[in-house]
Write a protein that binds this ligand. Sequence first.
Ligand code: PRP
Ligand code: ZN
Length: 301
Amino acid sequence: MTKPKDARIKIAIQKSGRLTEHSLELLQRCGLKYTRGPDQLIAYGENMPVDVLMVRDDDIPGLVRDDVCDLGIAGMNIVEERRLHFLERDPAQPFRIVRQLDFGHCRLAFGYPEGGSVLSKADLAGTRIATSYPSIVRDYLAREGIKAQVVEFSGSVEIAPSLGRADVICDLVSTGATLAANKLREGETILESTAALLQTPVAVPEEKSAWIGRLLQRVEGVLQVRGSKYIMMHAPRSALAQIAALLPGSESPTVLPLEGRDDRVAVHVVCRENVFWETLESLKSIGASSLLVLPVEKMLA
Ligand code: PRP
Ligand code: ZN
């Protein structure tokens, strides 16, 4: 018999860090309302059978692999590190990477001490590399045929060279401020990262999987909406093909007559990409006027 608590979907997200706010916001946009007391590590969904567990990001892939959580949101840096780690022990894929999300952009890159002898990856042979991502770095070194020593640090990797514990580092870079503050120059990127949505590889009960399906469809909708704009304009009827070419994803626009004008029409399109000023200027140059770009609130394909 299934215990009632097992009927609820558990989603692991980062407790505090660069992904926390965005992860909660994504779930809210999917319609989730939750209560969360101060310092509480579980937020209970009020209107869906969904609970959000606030955990250390490094633990998220393992929680999803072990089916403690059905879903998880973590940076690809951590997802890939843990994936390689688990694969060394068990060839089965530890979790499903459902899709990459549109936040948490950063990169895993080398940091070389300013004024040091390592200028690029060509100088890495024989060095000690400090990192919190030993599996990714070893995998990279093996692929590049570089023989170097990986020194594992769980945090504060940037200070390893000045402590004499390593020659270079490989760590997450977002703005680059941490590297600069530690007199390190950014080197080659070995992984471009965004947040990703993970799903357990374990089969779940039917009632639960139906809700997971709905949630994943809503996530898809939220991401599409964020990248989409509704555009309205007046334009020469003869320019319709040119307009479609300028606006990706606008293959079948709504074309409406304008009172008293045979040559010009009103055009409404959903564009599945952000619309930049340059595009509006191009539209204007082919005769469009009264251009309006509106955000899309919800979308269900
Ligand atoms: C990362 C990384 C650096 C910092 C880089 O840590 O370890 O310290 O961010 O960011 P910057 O280029 O904008 O200065 P993070 O905040 O992700 O913490 P964690 O590694 O402990 O999860
Ligand atoms: Zn972390």
